[in-house]
Design a protein. Structure first.
Length: 669
């Protein structure tokens, strides 16, 4: 399974193509997980015009159909390009359920398909049509859905996805049938501060980004800063991944292979952010343009310029170019046009500058108009911005400088601001963590001996609850509590999702009275945690010893019979990856046997503040929702399962994270 199956050369949109080595295991893992999300089967019918030298065509459509035994109709790419309506008629004729194409194909259909060519067309057989392999345009999605709705196309069919050759093909897929999810964020906050702040309705300066799905099962995605520190939700940074589909490196290219890996994580070369478990792509790292203290991504500007009369749609490149004298970056817009008249060309340059100014609040330093077929592209139609930049800087485009001399000082100074912000951000993170850990140490030094010496258990719990609330207030992490009902004060089982080391402290802070936590046995043997938790009435359980686990379950039952409120994290553990894991049955079996209510408590925000396997605090809000208690409908195993499923569904609805019930997290023995 580890033997090399194929060497897949990347399309090379940001540099020379590299040979991605993929094993049989990589391919099978990717095909299985993509098919699992799509619920693919032999009943599916696939239509594809994608070339077999394209990963989406070869692995996604061809090999995917072969693996699941689905019928597949493979068209020539030239047939589609000559007449895009042929793709739709193939879907209609063969009643296809699945298809895929890059974003440019949907734009081509909008532009080239005449209504007379598709009279009687029926696309209603489709259940998923993927849009990936290049930036997904929210405008394209909306226009396509509206244009082809009369022909049976439904918005939920459109499936924006994310992937890369280094992970075979697919990395993130949305839930089937959800349809496109568009995030409207404040442009200035994203450009200047890297914060994807949701924009208020009706305000200007908004950028719309498309959710490209959640990590495939058994795969992980994270977003990190320049120092490879994981960022919280809605913070933009470098996107990294790992999983069973990931390549082991580039063929005979140790230098590029070394640059690909950051520990056991792989670099995607993209920037973006995570929100609600979905990945949002903001652009390629190498395409990033730093101007006037801002991060500018070219895709949106290219799309807007390509929509102007006189330019060729999909034939616009925006990229940074180094100013040799000032040593800073200039914003260059390269656009193909068939216009020859000088007056009309000058008018087009002016309109391009105005479009950039309106869209980005920033005019380009230079607009270059070139003949058709000048801008270099990859085999899959992506703009090769790095090659276009080299052509510009080496004079192959016969460019003329247009920037006024007085702008040199401003350009030079503009490079200072990003450096100062990076230094300031790193200092702020270090200072905040020093403060947070100092507060934790000071509060812990006071609370720990007090808990050990305080005679009454209720006093001990009151002390710990007060200390927890004080800690969150001091580190700037406000607690917000909503509820469907009050926390049960008598015998009950309290369950909560588990996403951080802070979750226990949160529950103590928001739940008054005595609580008995179900804790892993390893904590009982720790010098600091063991005595502390015992004084608070914790019940220690053995997670990897079946015989011991039976005895532990009896101890929990005895405590519950005595009227103690038990607190359970039914996921059993937590990980850095956003998502709600499957629930173990123990808490619900206890509740069913004793006919005790289960109160589902949902915690949001703690994963971003202090993630698994990280000791780096990040400031953020914490939201807690206390759900109405759920009564068991029996005392047998079936009643326990029904209770578990009902409680998990309540938490899943409110946690704002994807359903990872399919994931299995290994617990060390």
């Amino acid at each position: 399974s580890d033997a090399t199956a194929l060497i897949q050369y990347t399309s090379g949109s940001t540099g020379d193509p590299k040979g991605v080595v993929l094993s049989h295991a990589n391919l099978l893992a990717n095909i299985r997980t993509m098919g699992g999300v799509l619920k693919a089967s032999s009943a599916d019918r696939v239509v594809s015009w994608l070339p077999l030298y394209h990963d989406m065509g070869l692995i996604g459509c061809w090999l995917g159909s072969l693996y699941y035994g689905a019928s597949a109709l493979i068209m020539s790419p030239l047939s589609f390009l000559a007449d895009p309506a042929r793709w739709f008629w193939a879907i209609d004729t063969h009643k296809a359920t699945i298809s895929a194409a890059p974003n440019f194909a949907y734009e081509l259909c909008l532009k080239a398909i005449d209504g007379a060519k598709i009279n009687g067309l029926d696309l209603s057989s489709l259940r998923a049509i993927m849009n990936g392999a290049e930036p997904v345009s929210p405008t394209s999605l909306a226009r396509f859905a509206q244009r082809f709705a009369p022909y049976g196309f439904r918005p939920e069919m459109m499936t924006p996805v994310y992937g890369l050759a280094e992970n075979a093909v697919g990395l993130a897929f949305p839930p089937p049938g959800r349809g496109p999810l568009i995030d409207r964020v404040d442009r200035k906050a994203l450009d200047r501060d890297g914060i994807a702040r949701i924009a208020d309705p009706g305000v200007e300066g908004v950028i719309s980004l498309v959710a490209c799905g959640r990590p495939l099962p058994h795969h992980e995605i994270r977003v990190v800063d320049d120092a490879s520190r994981e960022l919280p939700e809605r913070r933009e940074g470098r996107i990294q991944f790992r999983g069973p589909s990931a390549t082991r490196g580039y063929f005979q290219n140790p230098e590029k292979t070394a640059a690909l890996f950051d520990g056991d994580w792989l670099e995607t070369g993209d920037r973006g952010y995570i929100a609600g478990g979905d990945i949002f792509i903001t652009g390629r790292i190498k395409d990033l343009i730093k101007r006037a203290g801002r991060n500018i991504y070219p895709q949106e500007l290219e799309e807007a310029v390509g929509a102007l009369d006189g330019t060729r749609k999909g034939c616009v490149a925006a990229f940074p170019a180094i100013d040799a004298r000032a040593g800073t970056e200039r914003l260059i817009v390269l656009a193909e046009t068939r216009l020859i008249d000088d007056t009309r060309r000058e008018s087009l340059r002016k309109r391009i500058s105005e479009t950039s100014q309106s869209l980005l609040d920033l005019a380009p330093d230079e607009v270059v108009l070139v003949p058709p077929h000048t801008i270099p592209k990859t085999s899959s139609g992506k703009i090769r911005r790095s090659t276009a930049r080299v052509m510009f800087e080496t004079g192959q485009l016969r460019t003329k400088g247009t920037s006024p001399q007085w702008q040199l000082v401003r350009i030079a100074l503009s490079g200072v601001a990003p450096r100062l912000r990076r230094l300031s951000a790193n200092f702020a993170i270090s200072a905040y963590n020093a403060c947070a850990w100092s507060m934790l140490a000071l509060i812990g030094a006071f609370v720990w001996p007090c808990v050990l010496l305080t005679p009454k258990r209720i006093w001990r719990h009151q002390l710990v609850g007060t200390a927890a609330r004080l800690f969150f207030r001091l580190i700037g992490c406000p607690l917000t509590i909503t509820r469907d009902a009050a926390v049960p004060q008598e015998s009950a089982i309290l369950i909560a999702n588990h996403s951080s080391y802070l979750d226990s402290a949160v529950l103590v802070a928001v739940c008054p009275g005595e609580l008995s936590f179900i804790a892993k046995e390893e904590l009982a043997h720790q010098r600091v945690a063991g005595p502390f938790l015992r004084r608070l009435g914790a019940i220690f359980v053995r997670r990897t010893d079946p015989a011991g686990g039976v005895a532990d379950a009896r101890a929990a039952l005895q405590s519950a019979r005595a009227g103690v409120r038990l607190v359970w994290f039914p996921e059993g553990t937590f990980s850095r990856m956003p998502g709600l894991l499957g629930f173990h049955i123990g808490a619900f079996s206890t509740a069913a046997q004793l006919r005790l209510p289960v109160a589902p408590i949902t915690i949001r925000g703690t994963r971003s503040i202090l993630r698994s396997n990280s000791w780096l605090f990040r400031r953020g809000p914490i939201a807690v929702h206390i759900g109405a208690p759920i009564e068991p409908k029996g005392d047998d195993f079936q009643a326990a399962v029904a209770l578990r499923d009902a409680a998990r569904q309540k938490i899943l609805e409110r946690c704002g994270e994807p359903d990872l019930g399919h994931e299995r997290v290994m617990v060390a023995g």
